[in-house]
Design a protein around this ligand. Structure first.
Ligand SMILES: [Zn+2]
Length: 475
């Protein structure tokens, strides 16, 4: 492949698309690869140091940490993977009885042998099968929302018991993945979540500090799979009847249990509702999910809106970037400044950039802390509202951009691509180490950035396509 000639820094930004295309076509052969050596390991990406002690800072009045934001990015990758898994699962297609309904039509055809027109059957493929399969995600979320209500009520009960001296179970705040998806998106609609907790008298739920460290421990950074510790999943199942892996449970029960099948099929074709019911816990949950679809719609829609953000984060893939630590450090700093603008301009509607939004979401995940912090810092509560239309958002963005630049003398909208962020990191290091040097070696800097970004990019492509991993240090 063509090498970037890194003589100027802007070329690195521009080359990124071409580089990815080239790597998608074939490995660069710039490295040795894992299969060519004796068990040498590729660089760990993301660097485990990024997550060091995510839970040490328990002071309520600090901004989210880099670790929290990094775990948030991991979690969003897990959500992205889950949605893909649900939509692509043929087992779940079978469980919900969603399949291509091919139809046959008869066509007139000239038969040269008999010299007559004859009727011929033609199979018409189901053109809507793609959209039908996507419906599974919505059904899945409805079941998840039902499980969320069950889960959060139990957590609240434990918190109440703890007031009377009962010990808190170790992983109490760590939910099954589907429940986590619902809870997370709900938390990003702060006022709605508060109203829900108050209406349902959910004791202590607003004050939960989001369990970042436990979530991180449940995530496999290579596959973005989420697995609860077995003692916890056993406890959830035995004490509360909650299966920890909803995808597996549905796929499995949808295969062998006809009564479960009946309820699942009714999601897609409500007229198929059966009068025969199983008394199993799962069957009850599924029936409830069907009956409360209208009620749970807002929770499901929260997630659907959040999927847009998840997709954006997946497209940027900061969590796999060589410069992720710097990107997140600057994002936290920029978020602090963004919040301050609300104080300075109380009458303005302000919209965050993508990096600032990530930190904002991270902050909101610990609902009570966010509320206290913001009310104190800004002088009033700032609700996060993701139901706002495009035009208003654009105005809010222009406002924020203008005030940010005036106040801080910095760009509000920055590129945030791997190359530009890696350059920034190198330049920041120059500032520290080589301050006062008149001639920083620009060419050296550019080639260091190019090498590093190239390697990270090739690792990510290899991971996505299931190729052998390139090894660092042999470029
Ligand atoms: Zn860029």
């Amino acid at each position: 492949m063509a090498l970037v000639s890194p003589t100027n820094l802007l070329s690195l930004h521009h080359a990124s698309g071409d580089q990815t295309t080239a790597l998608n076509n074939c490995p660069s052969r710039r490295y040795r690869y894992a299969n060519e050596t004796n068990g040498e390991q590729p660089l760990k990406i993301p660097d485990p140091m990024l997550f060091l002690s995510p839970s040490t800072d328990h002071r309520p009045k600090v901004l989210p940490t880099i670790s929290h934001c990094a775990i948030h990015l991991e979690m969003l990758e897990v959500f992205h993977t889950l949605r893909h898994e649900v939509i692509q699962s043929t087992n779940l297609d079978a469980a919900f009885d969603i399949g291509p309904r091919a139809t046959t039509k008869s066509r007139r055809k000239w038969d040269s042998r008999t010299r007559k027109y004859i009727a011929e059957a033609v199979l018409i493929q189901d053109p809507n099968i793609g959209d039908k399969r996507k419906m599974k995600w919505t059904y899945f979320l409805h079941i998840a929302a039902t499980r969320f209500h069950e889960w959060i009520r139990r957590v609240a009960n434990h918190l109440k018991d703890a007031q009377l001296g009962a010990p808190l179970p170790r992983y109490l705040f760590l939910p099954p993945l589907d429940v986590l998806v619902i809870w997370h998106a709900f938390l990003l609609n702060c006022d709605d979540f508060k109203a829900y907790c108050e209406k349902n008298k959910l004791f202590g739920i607003q004050d939960i500090v989001f369990p970042w460290a436990d979530i991180h421990a449940a995530i496999d950074p290579d596959t973005w799979k989420y697995t609860l510790p077995s003692e916890h999943s056993d406890w959830l199942l035995n004490t509360h009847g909650l299966d920890s892996n909803l995808v597996e449970t549905l796929a499995h029960s949808g295969k062998k249990d006809t009564l479960i099948q009946n309820v699942l099929h009714a999601f897609y074709e409500p007229q198929k509702r059966s009068k025969q019911h199983s008394t199993s816990r799962l069957s009850q949950t599924l029936r409830k999910a069907r009956q409360t679809q209208e009620l749970n719609k807002p929770l499901v829609e929260n997630v659907e809106r959040q999927c847009v953000f998840v997709d954006k984060m997946h497209a940027h893939r900061w969590i796999r970037s060589p410069a992720v630590a710097g990107t997140l450090r600057r994002a936290v700093d920029r978020y602090g400044k963004f919040l301050h603008l609300f104080r300075l301009h109380p009458d303005q509607f302000l919209v965050p950039t993508l990096d600032v939004d990530l930190v904002w979401h991270t902050h909101q995940c610990s609902a009570g802390r966010y509320r206290t912090f913001v009310t104190e810092r800004v002088g009033r509560f700032i609700n996060h509202e993701d139901k706002i239309g495009r035009g208003t958002l654009d105005d809010g963005f222009t406002n924020a951009e203008q005030w940010y630049r005036l106040r801080y003398g910095e760009q509000y909208q920055v590129c945030l691509c791997w190359s530009c962020e890696a350059i920034l990191e190198e330049v920041e290091e120059l500032d520290d180490d080589e301050f006062g040097e008149l001639d920083p070696q620009l060419g050296d800097l550019a080639s260091r950035v190019e090498r590093r970004v190239h390697y990270y990019r090739e690792v990510e492509v290899a991971r996505t396509l299931g190729r052998e991993m390139p090894l660092w240090g042999h470029g």
